[in-house]
Design a binder for this molecule. Structure first.
Ligand code: ATP
Length: 224
């Protein structure tokens, strides 16, 4: 099994997430994508962050009709701060051949890697698929991403032509994958709900109806 792990707040899940999952799935010839919604600190305002349970349900609803997409509650069930390293360790326990696991992450999030909990261990825990969209797919941006890796693991071997980086023992690979720009963010969706603007076609209809029914993010509950 070749598995892609797509972690996120999914507050809410939208077509940007689903499209990027699809493109990585095809490019890396994966068998399955696991969406892993994070647990969140409880002190955030309710109209900003939906509960872990609601975000989990929205991901479940969104992936329901795709046989190769699964929702994994590992972080929500663990609760507390969602450290990627703990999640990867837990998932690799479940999936025996960790060389066939890819952690999918947007280039913007990857740039922050050095601020994560134990970045060196995270980088060594699994393979990475770093997605590049729009203006992230430039040589300058790529060099910035490579600097992040070099600061954490100077011995990693960079192949600019193949757009990949390999660990010294060649067991781990970091692949950079240009994807179609889908200019949707969860922040913008929440903002639109606040402004009573339509969010149709930015996310699956079933997820939209869930948001309306549960009046998430301050939604008025009116169906259009
Ligand atoms: P927010 O706007 O609340 O910060 P978000 O829409 O960026 O949320 P996250 O749940 O934080 O979504 O993102 C999870 C992962 O999906 C990250 O790796 C992020 O880079 C990626 N991602 C988010 N939006 C898109 C998009 N439109 N296209 C491709 N990847 C995306």
């Amino acid at each position: 099994m070749r598995i892609g792990i797509l972690g996120g707040t999914f507050n809410p899940i939208h077509y940007g997430h689903l499209r990027s999952a699809e493109e990585v799935y095809k490019e890396l010839m994966l068998d399955e994508i696991r969406f892993v919604p994070s647990a969140l600190p409880p002190h955030k305002p309710k109209d900003e962050v939906a509960s872990a349970d609601d975000r989990l349900k929205m991901v479940r609803i969104a992936v329901e009709n795709y046989p190769t997409y699964v929702c994994d509650p590992v972080e929500v069930e663990r609760g507390g701060a969602s450290y990627t390293l703990d999640t990867l360790k837990e998932l690799t326990r479940k999936i025996p051949d960790k060389n066939d696991m890819f952690f999918i992450i947007g280039a913007d999030a990857f740039l922050e890697l050095s601020t994560w909990h134990k970045p060196k261990e995270v980088l060594n825990a699994t393979n990475f698929a770093v997605t590049l969209r729009g203006n992230q797919n430039t040589p300058e941006y790529f060099e910035m991403l490579l600097r992040v890796i070099q600061e954490i693991e100077p011995s990693y071997f960079i192949n600019r032509f193949l757009k990949e980086v390999k660990s010294t023992d060649k067991k781990r690979v970091i692949k950079f994958i240009p994807i179609t720009e889908v200019d949707i963010s969860a922040t913008r969706i929440r903002q639109r709900i606040k402004e009573s603007s339509s969010i149709q076609h930015l996310l699956p209809r079933e997820v939209e109806l869930f948001i309306i029914r549960r009046r998430l993010y301050g939604h008025s509950g009116a169906v259009r």
